[in-house]
Design a binder for this molecule. Structure first.
Ligand SMILES: Cc1cc2nc3c(=O)[nH]c(=O)nc-3n(C[C@H](O)[C@H](O)[C@H](O)COP(=O)(O)O)c2cc1C
Length: 390
């Protein structure tokens, strides 16, 4: 038998190779904060956060021994882990720097431990420092959770192979107490959405109305790199023509209420005529115009308020300009179609959800449009059937 000293050791793993292979594992991004010994807030970006134990409630992260912030956090005996949301990439970069005052432009409040809870984060987890273990050029820090909070409507920032991204779900469902009936529909529709997205290409989406907003409740597939895409939980204030695919199949009172959000009676009549057109066709379309990309970006990047009341004048005008179901739309204009939506009816016959596709390519003509409409209709009918029999 060989002794330990004689045993042949495997060759050391090259650091570059470690980085490359381990970079294949995606992480979320957090900023760990505390109040330093000088009374000033401190923080650093970490990707090494994870949950460890439910009972007792323990979490961990791993600071580099070269970190200049960690030696200021440690004496506090408490820290707060801020899970960054997808809008917070600049914050992530600044807390990954050695800038002297990383908190200069940052809004925060005190978590119960006194550590900074950063505004706009998708969650914070406030901890007592439980123990610190040595781990090579890092340390392993265990924290005992004392309090925590999340914003379920926020989506996290992701880090992968040295780049940032956000969650582009194969299929994901919004988490909203008001949406129970719609979510039942979505449960029935999810698998179908995945298959349709794969068959057609593009992003298959399910929108529903909650209060006076249109909310994205499920999404499958994805769009070409460089384009924005809708993410679950996204809200758009419900003013014409937003929500046409659902409103076209509502009762007269609800349609009037929706149209009432437009001040000018002539424009109101125009939207009513557009809605009639969509109902006759059986589907609603959004056409490609120069401004539609800008408006979609505004929506996808969540730069709009969720409520009609909170819309500014320019934002109202931007939404009103969406080229939805123009009066003279004929299938021959299929090449201009950017998105198609069809209604899914609930048990009582009302329209619960608009199921649609955001196209990732230009349609070749009327036959291609028909193919897409039929394919989405196939899904909506199957779902309606499963709802009435379940
Ligand atoms: C996505 C990402 C993840 C990171 N994860 C860690 C980590 O887990 N541990 C760590 O010590 N540093 C991590 N860093 C690096 C620190 O944020 C960076 O070294 C920072 O300069 C530390 O600042 P400090 O010296 O003020 O502590 C990460 C940086 C990025 C961008």
């Amino acid at each position: 038998m060989m002794s330990m000293t004689e045993e042949k050791l495997p060759p050391p793993v090259d650091a570059a190779r470690l980085r490359e292979v381990l970079g294949q594992y995606p992480t979320g991004v957090c900023v760990v904060t505390a109040i330093g010994p000088d009374g000033q807030p401190v923080g650093l970006t970490v990707g090494s956060f994870g949950s460890v134990s439910l009972d007792p409630p323990l979490v961990a992260f791993m600071p580099d021994k070269r970190s200049s912030s960690w030696p200021k956090i440690r004496p506090a005996g408490v820290f707060c882990v801020n899970v960054l949301s997808m809008e917070q990439e600049p914050l992530c970069r600044s807390f990954a720097s050695k800038a002297p005052d990383k908190f200069a432009q940052v809004e925060w409040t005190s978590a119960p431990s006194g550590s900074p809870a950063i505004a706009g984060a998708s969650a914070w987890i406030d901890c007592d420092l439980e123990r610190v273990d040595d781990a090579g050029d890092h340390e392993i820090v265990l924290g005992r959770v004392r309090d925590l909070e999340s914003r379920p409507e926020a989506l996290p920032l992701l880090f992968f192979r040295g780049g940032y991204g956000r969650f582009g779900p194969m299929s994901m469902v919004a988490n909203d107490a008001y949406l129970s009936e719609q979510l039942r529909v979505v449960d029935a529709v999810r698998g179908e959405m995945d298959i349709a997205a794969r068959d057609l290409g593009g992003q298959v989406v399910a929108w529903s109305v909650v209060g006076d907003a249109l909310v994205l409740v499920a999404s499958a597939g994805e769009l070409a790199a460089g384009t924005t895409w809708s993410t679950v939980g996204e809200r758009v204030p419900l003013i014409p023509p937003v929500g046409s695919a659902i409103m076209a199949w509502q009762d007269a009172d609800r349609i009037d209420e929706w149209l009432g959000r437009v001040g000018d009676p002539a424009i109101r009549d125009m939207y009513r005529a557009r809605l009639d057109g969509a109902r006759e066709r059986g589907y609603s379309v959004l056409l490609d115009t120069p401004n539609v990309t800008d408006v979609m970006r505004l929506i996808d990047e969540r730069r709009l308020p969720g409520e009609v009341e909170a819309l500014g004048k320019e934002q109202r005008e931007a939404l009103a300009s969406l080229p939805s179901d123009p009066l003279h739309f004929s299938p021959a204009e299929a090449r201009k179609v950017r998105a198609i939506f069809l209604p899914v009816k609930g048990r009582d016959g009302s329209t619960l959800i608009a199921l649609g596709i955001r196209l990732s390519r230009t349609l070749s003509g009327p036959a291609d449009l028909r193919h897409h409409v039929e394919r989405i209709r196939d899904v909506t009918e199957r779902v309606s059937r499963s709802l009435t029999t379940s």
